[in-house]
Structures are given as C-alpha cells and as structure tokens.
Design a protein around this ligand. Structure first.
Ligand SMILES: *Cc1c(COP(=O)(O)O)cnc(C)c1O
Length: 378
C-alpha cells in the first residue's frame, strides 16, 4: 500500500470550490499585495493565536528575521536558541548580524531544555552574558517548548522572547497558545505546515502595539509615510492570494488538527498491539495540545536502513533533521565540534517522521506499523 509522507491533493479536494472562488475574486480585482485579504487574515490569525496583533509577511523565515529586526537585534548581539531545528531559526539570527548561541534539547520533547539553559547561562563569561539580547525557543513538531522557565529566565535577564512557532499553530502550553507567550511569535505558511498557503507566506504575532507598528513599517522597507524611510526594512510583504487561502483554510484547521491527533492515537494503539514499543519509541505528549505537524518516532539503531526499507515499500518518511545546526558547515565559525550538543546529535541519528496528515485512512496507518514490524522481524 502506498502511504506518502504528505498528500496535499487530498486536502485540496475538500475545499477546491471555495478556494477557486476567492482566487477568481482576487484575479478580477487585480489587487495582489497586502490589502483587505491580508488584513482579514491577520485579524483571524490574531484571534486564533490569542494575541492582540498579527502581521502577514513573506515567509516563516522572514517572520523570524523581521521579528529580530523589530526587536533591534543586530551586530554584536547574541541570541540563544536550539541546534535541533530547521535551519531558518539560527539562519535568521545570523542574517541580522547576531550570533546564535546554542543550548541542547530535552530528548523527550526535542525542545530547548530549560535545565541546560540554566547551566549555559551560569557558565557564561560576563561579556557573553551581556551580549545575549534574546531567546528563540522552537515549538518543534507541533509541541510547545517548556515556556515557563524560559520566560522566567528571560524576565530576569531582560531578553526579548521570540517563539519559532512555524510548526505549532494552535499548539498550547498550559492553556496558552503558541505565539502568544513571548514578545513575538513567528509562523510559516509553507505548504507542508499544518496551515499551508499555495506558496510562501508567514505571519508574526506580537503582544505589543508598538512592535506591531514597527513590523508593518519594516515589511515595507521601513517606509512611513510613502517614500519616507525612517528605518531600513525590506520587502517582507505578503500576497493577497496567499492570505486569502490561509484565511479560508483556518476555518478547517481545528478539524484537521483533530484528524492528526486521532491518527497519533491510532499509531499508539497499533504500535502497542504489534508489540513494537520496545524497538520504537513513540513521541511523548509533554504539553496538552500537541498539533502533530510531525509524528516522530525514535529508533536506537538502523534508522537509515528502516527508512530505506519503508521507502521500498511505498511508505514515505523523513529525517527532521539529519545534521544539527552547530555541525553545519556554514556555522563552522562558531567553533563547535562533535559532541558539543550530544542530545541533539543523538536525535539527529535516531528520529524518523512518519505520515500523520489528517486524510490518512486507518488501513494506511496499519500498513505503516505492519511494515515497521516486518522490518524488525527480518
Ligand atoms: C518551516 C520552518 C521555518 C521557516 O518557514 P518558511 O516559511 O519555510 O520560511 C522556520 N522554522 C521552523 C522550525 C520551521 O519548521
């Protein structure tokens, strides 16, 4: 049985007519950049994320860059983050001229470990400690990082808190939504995210009216009023088409999230019934609203052989992420070596994402588990 990692066509079929109607409307209007569809999307996202403000931008990567710019982070500054994430998290820090300062993950949640954070800060020299201006936790795979100790540390040290919530729209931490806890929340509408556009797009949420204004200015080259530039921004604008698709899809998001959660529950039952819970460690729900952008299992050996075998059987999987950021060539200048962040390095060799999209059938889920069982029998 064929089980792709993700099947966006299945979702599109359910909303095809509605989407085509709004796309047609925008084509007729010939109004393509920012404007009423972007404003409407921003209001809906702000309400959904339980934040006062949301600003549509060109991608999730740009959401991170523009949040850092709005916070005034730049050359000479350091930003604490995790090495076990998509490249853009630390890439954005470097792009604004600041230095990423990595802290290892908690191996159960895969998110930045508050204990390791305490130790890292305690071991810093005064110069480094003074350079740290922000912390950028990631809510990886759809589950929030342990935010209370992170927010507490940030308050004590006067750091800006920027949540990388690209994989976590609608996820919750103690009843609070991803993107509503820090000063900024950064979201991506890349098509493979839980709320995907028909191209690139993103949004920044913020609790501050002042930052909302700065973000709006920065996304248009720092321009206010027209052709007067008070700061150097960039072109971080969002298309009306993308905003309209996202706004429309948002009405379905909770239903799709329930579908992902139901699939995760089905996997748990199927792995249990197959007697595979020794060989395969299942994801742990540490926080109470995990939105399962990914369902990531962990195997202690032969991960790559398992992945190759599943591929031969028509089952799509992915490794998020094979190389932690401190081991990326472009970050050689940070001076890290193998073993610096051992829990991230171990996760990189052991983790494997299985198909979890909401339209999967019970038979497909069963086939994935059955094929994994067959691999371990062989
Ligand atoms: C997808 C993603 C991004 C970047 O979003 P784009 O829209 O692809 O630029 C940033 N951080 C994380 C954790 C992501 O998963």
């Amino acid at each position: 049985m064929n089980v792709p990692l993700l099947d966006l066509k299945a979702q599109y079929q359910t909303i095809r007519e509605e989407i085509r109607k709004v796309v047609d409307e925008i084509c007729d209007s010939q109004y393509f950049i920012l404007g009423p569809h972007v404003e409407a999307m921003e209001a809906k996202i702000a309400a959904y994320c339980q934040t006062p403000h949301a600003v549509g931008v060109s991608s999730g990567s740009d959401a991170l860059i523009i949040a850092l710019m709005a916070a005034g982070i730049g050359a000479g500054d350091a930003v604490i983050t995790t090495p076990y994430t998509f490249f853009a998290t630390a890439g954005a820090v470097a792009r604004v001229g600041a230095r990423p300062l990595f802290v290892d993950i908690d191996p159960v949640s895969y998110n930045l470990d508050p204990g390791a954070l305490e130790n890292t800060v305690a071991a810093m020299d005064n110069g480094t400690r003074a350079a740290v201006k922000a912390i950028l936790p990631v809510h990886l795979y759809g589950q929030c990082a342990d935010m209370d100790p992170i927010l507490d540390m940030a308050r004590r040290h006067n750091w800006v808190v920027i949540e990388d919530a690209a994989q976590a729209i609608g996820a919750e931490y103690k009843g609070r939504r991803a993107g509503s806890m820090g000063d900024f929340g950064c979201f991506s509408f890349f098509p493979s995210k839980n709320l995907g556009a028909f191209g690139d797009g993103g949004v920044v949420t913020t609790t501050s009216a002042e930052m909302d204004q700065r973000l709006r200015m920065l996304r248009m080259h720092g321009m206010e009023p027209k052709y007067y530039h008070r700061m150097i921004g960039g072109n971080f604008r969002l298309d009306a088409l993308q905003a309209a698709v996202v706004a429309l899809k948002l009405d379905y998001l909770d239903g799709w999230t329930s579908g992902r959660q139901a699939n995760a529950a089905a996997y748990r039952r199927l792995f249990q019934e197959a007697g595979l819970v020794q060989q395969v460690q299942l994801p742990v729900e540490v926080q109470n609203r995990h939105i399962y952008n990914q369902f990531v299992i962990r195997v202690t050996h032969d991960r790559d052989a398992l992945r190759a075998w599943l591929g031969e059987q028509g089952i799509g999987t992915e490794v998020y992420y094979p190389v932690p950021l401190h081991q990326q060539e472009c970050f050689n200048y940070l001076g890290h070596g193998d073993g610096d962040f051992p829990l991230s390095e171990q996760a990189a060799t052991q983790s494997l994402a299985l198909p979890i999209y909401p339209e999967l059938s019970e038979a497909q889920l069963a086939a994935v588990v059955e094929r994994i069982g067959a691999f371990y029998k062989a």
